[in-house]
Design a protein around this ligand. Structure first.
Ligand code: DAH
Length: 337
């Protein structure tokens, strides 16, 4: 039995010392309930009373030695593992940090918000309307008759005969006047749709900001003064305005409005195509038919309205020469603004 114990001891110790030793398996194999050392101890009943304490003592010593060897080896393996980890995970604090990408507002959003802020500063509030609109609001109530070219399916996306994707933000004028009695002072920014092929200056989806003021005694002078304040705030103090007579069915009289070129001041340059002026919006006095279509008495009230394209203004403002850049979402383009 003593020899058996010595054998167990030397086997166990060499197993523990082996490379990639599984210490838990070894513990179970020799010291576990069904382990080899336990089996020897169980067999001690067969020994003579003199031998029993001697063998018992040896057995205890063997157990203690195996336990100690396991503990030592386990501590060593842990230490080696830690050292290996530390060596692998060395941090070079002088290395440049990983770049952190921070998002930003799209140039169109920036320009739209700037426009909104200028008008909010002048006492306007923001009105919204649906992008899927009734023919009545997009055309009819705005005094755009049945046979008007703007109604052509070439220009407008129709969903049914009388439902369409709004081709302008002007229908929000009608919706606002139906809901709210004068005094009215609103702007309405939003998406509009036209059946245009994509090119450097056209997109089937673009953005407009509409404006509407209705009150007693509103004149074209008010329109000019308000637009001048707007243009000077957006393009700079020296900006001048030019009103060119035009036709819109929903305003009378109507005008197209240009600003003096904010790059060359009117001398002529690449941005204004040597004209010295940049067209930025359409405007006019709200047509009496439109007022009465909305239940507002044109004898008592008058108003002005205007509408501008956000893309156009953003492109001029930032010197962007192709509208497609605004929609392609190429980060190399977008991060310039
Ligand atoms: N709705 C016009 C367009 O899309 C722009 C416009 C012109 C709006 C004159 C107005 C306005 O309110 O008075 O071309």
């Amino acid at each position: 039995m003593k020899e058996k114990l010595q054998l167990i001891k030397s086997e166990a110790l060499s197993a523990i010392a082996a490379d990639n030793a599984d210490l838990e398996q070894i513990r179970i194999k020799y010291l576990g309930k069904k382990g080899e050392l336990t089996a020897v101890l169980r067999g001690m009943g067969a020994l003579s009373p003199e031998e029993r304490p001697i063998v018992g003592q040896i057995a205890n010593e063997v157990r203690a030695q195996i336990e100690e060897a396991i503990a030592e080896r386990s501590a060593l393996l842990k230490q080696l593992e830690l050292e290996k980890k530390l060596a692998e995970e060395k941090i070079d604090v002088t290395m440049p940090a990983a770049e952190m990408k921070v998002g930003m507002l799209h140039p169109l959003t920036k320009v739209q918000r700037t426009i909104e802020e200028i008008f909010i500063g002048m006492g306007f509030s923001i009105a919204e309307g649906p992008e899927v609109e009734l023919d009545y609001y997009n055309f009819q109530a705005l005094n755009i008759p049945e046979n008007h070219p703007a109604r052509d399916t070439q220009d407008t996306f129709y969903i049914t005969d009388n439902i369409l994707l709004r081709s302008q933000t002007s229908p929000v004028q009608v919706r606002t006047m139906e809901k709210q009695k004068p005094p009215i002072r609103v702007i309405s920014p939003g998406r509009v749709y036209r059946s245009d092929a994509v090119d450097a200056t056209h997109s089937p989806l673009f953005h407009q900001v509409e404006g509407l003021v209705v009150d007693k005694g509103v004149t074209m002078g008010d329109l000019k003064g308000m637009l001048e304040t707007f243009a000077k705030t957006l393009f700079g103090e020296n900006t001048r305005l030019r009103f060119r007579p035009h036709h819109f069915p929903f305003t009378e009289p109507s005008a197209e409005v240009d600003v003096s070129c904010f790059v060359c001041g009117g001398e002529g340059c690449r941005v204004c195509k040597n004209e010295g002026w940049i067209e930025i919006l359409g405007a006019g006095m709200v047509h009496p038919f439109v007022l009465s279509n909305c239940g507002i008495d044109p004898e008592e009230y008058s108003g002005f309205a205007f509408g501008m394209g956000v893309e156009r203004i953003a492109m001029k403002y930032y010197g962007i020469d192709d509208m497609r850049h605004l929609y392609e979402n190429d980060v190399r383009f977008l991060e310039q603004f």
